[in-house]
Design a protein around this ligand. Structure first.
Ligand code: FEO
Length: 390
């Protein structure tokens, strides 16, 4: 694929990772891109790079526009290696280039690559004239690393926010409207849920800055560029950052001999009869990274496990470990399951829900061996009360 001019003199020169299916624990069925942007001005500027194994692809794209040895500035918005991995290759060619990054970015680069490249440290409010254009920098710590910053070009009304507003999508399309809101929103929500969820407070601060900027385009470091759904994606980010959810339920469970599954199905039917939309996620067939977008969306979250070896099933443990790290707030939680003796699994789930600070309107359901008709009737009654709490 050729480089693409997204604004006069500003080119997408990134890499497309068609085969990426796993990104540090996050399943990426659509692959991804690492977006780098080349700005032709008096000073030739590259903003971010790509994963190390796509360095050749990026340099080939740059080479179709300008000799990479002529790059004057390399802006590093974020040091995580999906974006910094090709800095050594660029700096080897453009040996006179200066890296422009935050103070934490400089420290991070030294720790990652052990090099002392010529570096200009920038802080929030700093500006760099590169000719007709000005690069303005805003630090956005913990969106999603301490070094994260965004670059804004007022003359182009263009924001280069690195990971923020990203989506893991490999495609020949480069713009949001070419894929359509439904696909892009789904992947942006999945990205937010898996990567940005813990940092709502910091996202809100970053949004306060972004909302004051005149914007025609947001060009993140993954996926497609926002030029049509700018308002929609900013509104979605605000809702997610505020931990707002919908009046719907998510049931996540695993089962050994079908009893916890039976309880899950009765809870589903009780909630549905009470008018609640329910999503079912069975942990043997759904990856945890595919379930967290449902956590992002759902107010009521019911988690079910049998007891195995005095504890919850490992699949449920992995899910809870992942979700606890993502720190969703303002949720209603409920633990349920079955056991033969002991029954510690459900108690552990209830404890984990409590540790996340979710509201717990009902005591857990923990039934021995195989639930009978009377017990299932009680389960249904609990579902009705959970619907009321919702
Ligand atoms: Fe896409 Fe935080 O790296």
């Amino acid at each position: 694929m050729q480089p693409l001019e997204i604004k006069p003199g500003v080119y997408w020169v990134g890499g497309i990772d068609w085969n990426l299916r796993y990104f540090h624990g996050y399943q990426t069925p659509r692959g991804s891109t690492y977006n780098a942007y080349l700005i032709l001005d008096e000073k030739i500027t590259l903003v971010d790079t790509v994963k190390h194994y796509l360095a050749g692809e990026m340099l080939e794209r740059i080479g179709k526009i300008v000799d990479p040895r002529r790059i004057d500035y390399l802006v590093v918005n974020h040091v995580e290696m999906d974006h910094s991995g090709s800095i050594p290759a660029v700096m080897e060619l453009a040996s006179g280039a200066k890296i422009v990054t935050s103070p934490k970015g400089k420290q991070g680069l030294e720790r990652h690559y052990g090099k002392s490249w010529d570096c200009l440290e920038v802080n929030t409010g700093d500006e760099l004239k590169i000719g007709a254009r000005t690069l303005k920098f805003v630090q956005t710590p913990m969106v999603h690393w301490p070094d994260s910053m965004v670059t804004y070009i007022p003359e182009d009304r263009l924001l280069l926010p690195n990971d923020a507003f990203g989506q893991h999508i490999a495609s020949v399309e480069r713009f949001d409207d070419e894929l359509g809101w439904n696909i892009v929103r789904e992947e942006a929500a999945k990205y937010y849920a898996n990567i940005v969820f813990p940092y709502g407070e910091q996202v809100n601060k970053a949004l306060d800055v972004v909302e004051r900027l005149p914007l025609e385009m947001i060009a993140p470091s993954h996926g497609v560029i926002w030029r049509t759904y700018l308002k929609e994606i900013r509104e979605s980010y605000r809702q997610w950052a505020n931990h707002e959810s919908e009046r719907r339920a998510l049931i996540v469970y695993d089962t050994m001999w079908g009893s916890t599954e039976k309880i899950a199905q009765v809870l589903r039917s009780g909630l549905e009869e009470a008018g609640v939309t329910v999503t079912m996620r069975f942990l043997q067939t759904n990856h945890i990274s595919d379930i967290v977008p449902d956590v992002l969306r759902s107010k009521l979250i019911l988690i079910g496990t049998p007891t195995l070896n005095n504890g919850m099933l490992p699949t449920v443990g992995a899910f809870l470990t992942y979700v606890k790290g993502l720190r969703p707030k303002n949720r209603i939680g409920f633990a349920f399951g079955s056991y033969g003796w002991g029954g510690q699994g459900v108690r552990q789930v209830a404890e984990a829900i409590g540790e996340m600070g979710w509201e717990i309107p009902e005591e857990p359901i923990n039934l021995r061996y195989v639930p009978d008709a009377g017990e299932l009737a009680q389960v249904k009654a609990v579902a009705g009360r959970l619907a009321e709490a919702l």
